[in-house]
Design a protein around this ligand. Structure first.
Ligand code: FES
Ligand SMILES: [Fe+2]
Length: 332
């Protein structure tokens, strides 16, 4: 499946330590841990000996020890020791099954299968790239475990027409529900919408008044998108206030996900806790609606659900998923 050849976020980097932990990606159960050299490991959460969960094991001397018979596995998965046969030299078939893993944007990313063509990188995100590393302040909210498919969650992130209802008094108002026309175009990696505008009573923790806020949205991978937002001058306590929010979704099963948001902004003073609290509040408003949507998998047929004129971005997102051949979390 194409999805298996793409990079997906599975955990905050800072949450992956010497303690083994479980995660699930595309239905594949993983054990995550960090070796002595600080390199994050992502393996199948199943011991090659008798199938016990390695995530129940412990890290001993920089190796992961299975909880059942104590086989030990070094970074990369090689079996180094069998307590019941201490003189036996384990071979490749005794090793744990490892997956490609790398860290970026404060997250651990895992790829379950090698692509046939040239491997895709984790797509560079506007305002999160290395050259912006020093110029904007970053923080991450989540994880949010959600009983919704990854594409439903991304589509909600791209949707401005719910602001006045779901986020009334925060990101929208019932007096300003109309969505002005905006531009949508495909990109080599996804979809880009620009010139999006929303009137928001409280677009951030720094809003001093309601304001028109200009947005752009970019889908950069099937389950990843980033928005930029800039309130009109004079409406924020911060001069030239601008921020970007990336939504990272781990597709856990076809109908459940884990979500993080990564924020980049020219606010260098607010404590992380305040910024995270705002995101927690907004996502808490989205959650009940997201978990209520049926079918849970996003239907991609053009006429499967009814659309309005404000839905051009979400229909472009569905078209992109269809053309890319995405199968997980959708009804193709
Ligand atoms: S099941 Fe893991 S060591 Fe036996
Ligand atoms: Fe929302």
């Amino acid at each position: 499946m194409l999805e298996h050849t793409l990079w997906h976020p599975v955990a905050l980097s800072q949450a992956v330590g010497a303690q083994a932990q479980a995660a699930t990606l595309l239905g594949e159960e993983l054990v995550l841990w960090r070796d002595d050299a600080g390199v994050a490991q992502a393996w199948r959460d199943q011991c090659p000996h008798r199938g016990a969960r390695l995530s129940l094991g412990r890290v001993v001397g920089g190796e992961l020890e299975c909880p059942y018979h104590g086989w030990r596995f070094a970074a990369g998965g090689r079996c180094t020791h069998m307590p019941a046969a201490p003189d036996f030299q384990p071979g490749p078939r005794h090793g744990a099954h490892g997956f490609a893993a790398q860290e970026a944007y404060g997250m651990l990313w895992v790829r379950l299968a090698e692509p046939e063509g040239p491997p895709l990188p984790i797509h560079a995100l506007p305002r999160f790239a290395a050259e912006d590393e020093l110029s904007l302040r970053k923080t991450t909210s989540g994880p949010y475990a959600v009983a919704a498919s990854a594409p439903r969650i991304i589509e909600n992130f791209l949707d401005m027409a719910h602001f006045g209802l779901v986020h009334e008094g925060w990101l929208g108002s019932r007096e300003h529900t109309a969505i002005a026309p905006y531009e949508v175009r495909p990109t080599p990696y996804g979809v880009l919408a620009t010139g999006c505008r929303a009137w928001q009573p409280r677009s951030s923790i720094h809003a001093e008044s309601g304001a028109e806020v200009e947005y752009s949205y970019e889908v950069t991978a099937p389950y990843m998108a980033v928005l930029t937002k800039q309130p009109e001058p004079g409406s924020s306590a911060i001069d030239d206030h601008h921020e970007a929010i990336a939504m990272f979704v781990c597709p856990v099963t076809e109908e459940s996900s884990v979500v993080w948001t990564r924020m980049a902004m020219n606010d260098f003073d607010s404590p992380d806790a305040r910024l995270i609290e705002f995101q927690d509040h907004i996502f808490g408003q989205d959650r009940p609606v997201l978990e209520s949507q049926r079918p849970k998998r996003l239907p991609l047929a053009p006429d499967a659900e009814a659309h309005g004129a404000a839905d051009r971005l979400s229909t472009a997102y569905r078209r992109y998923l269809r053309q890319a051949g995405i199968r997980f979390g959708v009804i193709a």
